[in-house]
Ligand binder design. Structure first.
Ligand SMILES: [Zn+2]
Length: 310
């Protein structure tokens, strides 16, 4: 009976009960009870811990949501600012483009106007040369001889400049206008000679003017001859280059010497009646490539040339 325990329970009404239990069973029961208590305590602890962690996680999530919201708001604000600035820059850019376009149009207009003016002037110069029968054909330079001939038909600025330059280069040597303003008393060509009344070829024109009137040369050049003979009287020949020469006869006196460089309009002598002459006049000749040409169209050139702007 050593291994048995007697548990006596005394009631209020003096009822007494006695339980017999082996020591082993009691130990087992106590152990089981303690195990249950420990297990319960463990799970309770774990549950509490999880609950706490869940709460923390919820808090963190809420914070993160707030931060996200704030970030989104900031992004929206920045977007709005950027959109505003972009719109501003676009407006500025459009204004600049508009301004440039306007300037470009103005420039085009000016260029076009200048080109028109240049074309008119070029046409005047060409008409002068055409009137006096000078061809202004532009050939390739001698360095490129044999190359294709390219006619200048387009009205590009460079072409016009080139053409005008070429024409001006020629026109510098072309005797234009009259050396003396007076009545033309004898024309170029066949005529009855005023001295011997025979048919002869008159290689110039006679311009009647009183003795001593200034005679002006009709283009830039160099005095190539100066002298006196019975036929021409006092005479001067000016070489203008490009095949042009002018001759001035019957002068009272010449005011230049051989080799002098002269300018168009420069006085080279005075009207007289020296040599084979019937009265004071200038006998004026133009030679082109060593042949006399009719000076009349050169003398009257001003009347045949349209003025600029018309
Ligand atoms: Zn004559």
């Amino acid at each position: 009976m050593k291994n048995k325990l007697h548990i006596v329970v005394t009631g209020e009404r003096e009822t007494t009960r006695s339980y017999v239990m082996s020591k082993h069973s009691l130990a087992t029961t106590i152990l089981a009870s303690v195990s249950v208590v420990i297990t319960l305590a463990f799970f309770t602890f774990m549950g509490l811990r999880h609950s706490q962690q869940y709460g923390e996680a919820q808090n963190k999530l809420a914070q993160a949501r707030q931060q996200l919201q704030a970030a989104q708001e900031r992004v929206e604000r920045v977007d709005a600012i950027i959109a505003e600035q972009v719109a501003e820059k676009e407006a500025e850019f459009a204004a600049i483009v508009g301004d440039l376009q306007q300037k470009s149009e103005k420039r085009e207009e000016l260029l076009s106007s200048a080109l028109g003016e240049l074309k008119t002037k070029s046409e005047i110069v060409e008409s002068i040369l055409k009137t006096v029968g000078i061809k202004t054909t532009i050939k390739e330079s001698s360095k490129n001889s044999g190359g294709p001939f390219t006619p200048l038909t387009q009205d590009s600025y460079e072409d016009l400049i080139f053409k005008l330059d070429h024409s001006l280069d020629i026109i510098k040597s072309v005797p234009l206008g009259t050396p003396v303003y007076g009545a033309i008393t004898s024309l170029y060509g066949r005529r009855i000679d005023p001295i011997n009344n025979e048919v002869a070829f008159h290689s110039g024109i006679d311009i009647s003017k009183r003795t001593g009137t200034s005679i002006a040369t009709t283009a830039d050049g160099v005095v190539s001859e100066k002298g006196y003979n019975d036929g021409h009287g006092n005479y001067v020949v000016v070489d203008h280059g490009k095949g042009f020469r002018t001759r001035y006869f019957h002068m009272k006196k010449s005011l230049v010497k051989k080799g002098d460089r002269v300018k168009r309009g420069q006085v080279i002598g005075q009207v007289g009646s020296t040599g084979r002459s019937t009265g004071p006049h200038l006998h004026y000749e133009i030679h082109y490539n060593a042949k006399s040409v009719n000076p009349l169209k050169f003398v009257r050139i001003a009347r045949n040339v349209p003025s600029a702007g018309k």
